[in-house]
Write a protein that binds this ligand. Structure first.
Ligand code: AMP
Length: 396
């Protein structure tokens, strides 16, 4: 996969109409529709400003929520247009439809330095189905396509990949940052390269482990997925998460790591609980876990082992929490790992989703080199998969 893509800096946007795919999929209050975090809108500002300041007319578009092709008033992008206008300090023209009469007329009349926001792309089922007519209608409103929604680049949708069949396609500044930092980490990492993987399921991370075994010097496994590996090693794991159909795979991975000289670290102690509950009393267990207990977090010896392993690393990639961090009593391992990354001096990259949320919740976000804005996308990136929304961009 080539991550070296042309950006908005590589094209003259003056006087051009630019279709800009943003990630305005903001969290909202379910009752009032109020935007509860405008982080994603704020993150889109640099690319938008660059385009407007350089004389482009910007036709911004995004999805919001999962309307699945239905027109759902609650999922209108109107509140986003309002917030975007406040942040930009200029009018954001809002289209009542996506590729309909209103959007077309407003796009046609749009002047350099002006911005138009189309209505929620997923109100039309052809967006997610990558309908060629829908993609073409979007493209027909503009002369250039800029992709700045990293969270959706793993999807081959009309607005993320389809439009690139009709328009020259460039990355925006957000997508460029993701590609250059994560791409470099995978292609040419500063070594030692340590991967820290956690989360609930082995099956979700199989392709990531496979890919990273080819690239990393050390792989650290924590979280619920670690217990299938412990079981594979012959340990008792009580009622901990187990994917019994993945035990053979776990054994293969341990053997493969040994053959390749990749250090493969698993927890040596765990905080366990009698039940999956925020109020459960943590019980520290080393070695075999009794049959009535489940592993909920890594223990202090494991924290020490993992912390030692990231010390002196050149690059660290982290995806997935070390325990059930949503419960305060079992957040210690994830917190310790976030701290270890923050203090490591390495290039640190945290994949989106839960690990990003954990780093933010625990207050270490500003000490991490890069927190990916895409959960699924960053996971597929780590899997080494071709991402349709990246592959469609022009190579440098
Ligand atoms: P993932 O989406 O695969 O990264 O998994 C994240 C989820 O894994 C979080 O909701 C965690 O609570 C959960 N998790 C982490 N460790 C454990 C564990 N030991 N047992 C059960 N769930 C866990």
């Amino acid at each position: 996969m080539n991550y070296n893509k042309k950006t908005v800096y590589d094209v003259d946007v003056k006087g051009k109409k630019v279709l800009l795919r943003c990630d305005f999929n903001v969290p909202q209050n379910k009752e009032t529709g109020e935007i509860t975090s405008d982080k994603r809108i704020v993150a889109a500002i640099p690319t938008i400003k660059y385009l407007l300041d350089n004389g482009a007319a910007v036709i911004a578009c995004s999805h919001l929520g999962k309307p699945k092709g239905e027109w759902k008033t609650k999922l209108t992008l109107a509140p986003v247009a309002e917030r975007l206008a406040q942040l930009l300090g200029q009018e954001v023209i809002f289209a009542k439809d996506i590729i309909g009469e209103d959007a077309q007329a407003k796009a046609a009349a749009l002047q350099p330095g002006q911005i138009l926001l189309l209505e929620n792309l997923r109100f039309d089922i052809r967006e997610e189905k990558n309908g060629a007519d829908f993609a073409k209608a979007l493209a027909d409103m503009a002369e250039i396509f800029v992709s700045d929604a990293f969270g959706t680049v793993h999807r081959a949708h009309a607005s993320t990949a389809g439009v690139a069949a009709y328009l020259p396609a460039y990355s925006g500044l957000l997508v460029d940052k993701e590609l250059s930092i994560m791409g470099k980490a995978l292609d040419d990492p500063k070594r030692p390269f340590v991967a820290v993987l956690g989360g609930a399921k082995v099956s979700d991370k199989i392709n990531v482990i496979n890919n990273l075994l080819e690239k990393a010097d050390t792989i650290i496994i924590g979280g619920g997925m670690a217990y299938t590996f412990k079981k594979a090693q012959g340990f008792e794991i009580g009622t901990s998460l187990l994917e019994s159909d993945r035990i053979d795979y776990a054994n293969d991975m341990i053997a493969k790591a040994a053959a390749k000289g990749v250090k493969f670290l698993l927890p040596v102690d765990n905080y366990c609980a009698a039940e999956f509950s925020a109020d459960a009393e943590p019980v520290l267990v080393e070695g075999n876990i009794p049959e009535n207990l489940m592993g909920m977090d890594i223990g202090p010896k494991t924290v020490e082992l993992f912390t030692e392993a990231v010390k002196g690393a050149g690059t660290i990639v982290w995806n997935g929490p070390m325990g059930v961090f949503e419960f305060d009593k079992f957040a210690g391992g994830t917190k310790a790992m976030a701290k270890a990354l923050a203090e490591s001096g390495a290039v640190t990259i945290v994949g989106g989703g839960d690990s990003a949320a954990a780093v933010e919740k625990l207050g270490f976000a500003d000490k991490i080199t890069h927190i990916s804005t895409g959960g699924g996308a960053s996971l597929e990136f780590l899997e080494g998969k071709e991402l349709p929304g990246v592959a469609c961009l022009q190579d440098k």
